[in-house]
Design a protein. Sequence first.
Length: 354
Amino acid sequence: METISQKIPVEKIKSSKIDQVDFDNLAFGSIFTDHMLVCNYKNGTWETPKIIPYQAISLEPSAKIFHYGQSIFEGMKAYKDADEKIWLFRPLDNHRRLNISAERMAIPGIPEEYFMEGLKTLIKLDEKWIPKTDGSALYIRPFIFASGQGFHASPADEYKFLICLAPSGSYFSGKVKVLIEEKYSRSADGGTGFAKAGGNYAGQFFPTQLAIKKGYQQVIWTDDHNHEFIEEAGAMNIFVRIKDTLITAPISDRILDGITRKSILQIAEDEGIATEVRKISVGEVVEAAKDGSLKEMFGAGTAAVISPIATFGYREVDYDLPELENTYASRLKKRIIDIQYNRAKDPFGWRHGV
């Protein structure tokens, strides 16, 4: 019996563009590999995925993605170790979360076999694109959107699932300055904040632009009720270290169940670092900054892994965090990266060979 990987048709590109790429100076997510995976949903079922040369997509103006925003995505990476073996990090978690997002956006879920075998087939085909510079990786973007037509406000009857690959350097360099947001909200109870829906991110752009004009790089989002509790940092989960305890907000309708977030909590426990998953008030963070007990703040996500925060602004006052040696951020990031690149043992079973 044929497996799905044996059934996936592959149309190879006639001439690779890899020689045009400067792998020592890669911007994040702006250069794309030779091939992509495409899978169509029609007549109530997902068709067999296929791999074709990276190319533009043709859609009707009436495609529902343009009108009602049915669009979800994931972010992953592939890594090469010193022996040229290829590894993924917790890919089944990405598949599960994609389908959780799909359910919330009334999009049909993608079968695990299609996701995993399609992904591995695509990566093997374009494996020469995986950069080897330290801190670089092959960024993976699986996404689904409504391609079915019609102006009626209802779920589409046709969808496209794609996976595109982008060799990328480090997402952030250095520490960042963030502004605690008190007017705009990223998400609300009962909304789509826990899903990786495209519209969640589109709604962040304007408040972030306002913060940038004030001299900040990112926004710390607070709850939609009274803007009393901090919830996320830009497009990342947020961690706060007060004294020797690492604190992060609990996941909810408003907060994404970040894979890096879960990994940090597991590694922190393994390292004997005290953790708390609870609401963190803005007042608590400000008071900790004033009395010196606030040691670290950092964002956590696939692209950056961990992005340390140097300064946060709140009500026209900037609070600088101390510059410490041997931070939790650097310690935890090293543990994660060493697992991802197969430099260390993986006691959690997160590493997945391609």
